[in-house]
Design a protein around this ligand. Structure first.
Ligand code: NAD
Length: 325
């Protein structure tokens, strides 16, 4: 077991779950860093060294990385389509986090570094058909990723690769495909489709106004990975000596947004009148994870059925919303 582990972005959805998992594994020396005030972190653990810092600054990265052997970078200014399509400059500024953290990791003599990339690196012309079977890792090139957010991810992937080639820092890169689950954002503008749909269905149920607004025509397709699968995958990729390239980490269970709404309505035991907002940000027409490479290299893939994961997510959001009310 390594002595010291840094989780950047630990106040966020995936970072919080990763800290919880590392504690479960028995790690004792964890440093958790996020720019948000501590009271806004989704999960917070008193036995961990919790630090509030802006990791776009090199000196904050130096401080955070000092003495750390393993570094996980999950910090980014991000959100669902509604956020990333309207905040491209902010998304691109996350390049400062990964760049400064890589530099600090190298200077601190870190042994291993993880970078959270995204399916948004994939070229737009490979995602025009909702019937898409799956995006293979090679489909990121020739490059035409999601403007702003996707370009930042693709550039940062390459920074990791060159830090490995030039400076011998071992790096691991996973391309996450839509992660969902409890302890994440479900309102405020940064939420992603699964959480947003749960919230809208719960609002309809609680208010008695049986309508739901759907962004786009609902035929766009995606896959969604439950948070526990994501954390398992991060750990497998991070510790693997075979995964020396950016790799898909996502579910291959493709659904349309309409089918996702069907699932949430079934869980809630309600049927809603659907209103389609065709001019809302909706992203590409079709996206799914091709898991050939992860199955070949790790003999594993994310496999929790969407229906099961959505039941847990819905229950958590329902409790949060009724508690707040
Ligand atoms: P999140 O927004 O919940 O967590 C990111 C955290 O980074 C936030 O708590 C935020 O405060 C923090 N952060 C932002 N700027 C910072 C800064 N300058 N200094 C320190 N902390 C800063 O998002 P998440 O869903 O947990 O995503 C984690 C990583 O995974 C991100 O890199 C994201 O781009 C990537 N990713 C997530 C998904 C997904 O579906 N959730 C999909 C693809 C990629």
């Amino acid at each position: 077991m390594p002595k010291k582990i840094l989780i950047a972005g630990a106040g966020g959805f995936i970072g919080g779950h990763l800290v919880a998992e590392l504690l479960r594994q028995g790690h004792k020396d964890i440093r958790a860093v996020d720019i948000k005030p501590l009271k806004e972190w989704y999960q917070r653990f008193p036995q961990v060294e919790n630090i509030r810092a802006d990791l776009q600054l090199k000196k904050s990265c130096d401080h955070a990385a000092k003495g750390m052997e393993h570094i996980y970078n999950l910090a980014a200014d991000m959100g669902g389509m509604g956020f990333i399509e309207l905040n491209r400059g902010l998304c691109m500024l996350s390049v400062l986090i990964n760049t400064h953290l890589l530099m600090a990791a190298r200077e601190a003599g870190a042994k291993r570094y993880f970078y959270a990339s995204s399916a948004c690196v994939y070229a737009a012309d490979k995602q025009t058909d909702p019937k898409i079977s799956g995006l293979r890792e090679a489909d990121a090139y020739p490059a035409m990723p999601e403007d702003g957010y996707g370009w930042e991810k693709l550039f940062s992937e390459r920074m990791c690769r060159h830090f490995t080639e030039d400076f011998k820092l071992t790096t691991r890169v996973a391309r996450f495909h839509n992660v969902y689950g409890p302890h994440g954002t479900y309102d405020g503008g940064r939420e992603k489709a699964p959480a947003a749909i749960c919230r809208k269905v719960i609002e309809a149920k609680l208010s008695g106004k049986h309508e739901i607004e759907i962004w786009g025509d609902g035929y766009q397709t995606r896959s969604f990975m439950y948070i526990e699968d994501c954390i398992t995958g991060i750990e497998k990729i991070f510790h693997s000596n075979k995964v020396t390239f950016p790799i898909n980490l996502g579910s291959a269970e493709k659904v349309s947004i309409n089918q996702l709404v069907d699932i949430v309505e079934e869980i809630a035991g309600i049927r809603l009148k659907r209103k389609y907002k065709l001019d809302a940000p909706k992203g590409v027409n079709g996206r799914n994870s091709d898991n050939t490479l992860i199955k070949k290299t790790l003999c594993w893939e994310p496999d929790l059925p969407l229906r099961k994961g959505m039941e847990k997510t819905y229950a958590w959001i329902y409790d949060e919303m009724t508690r707040r009310k």
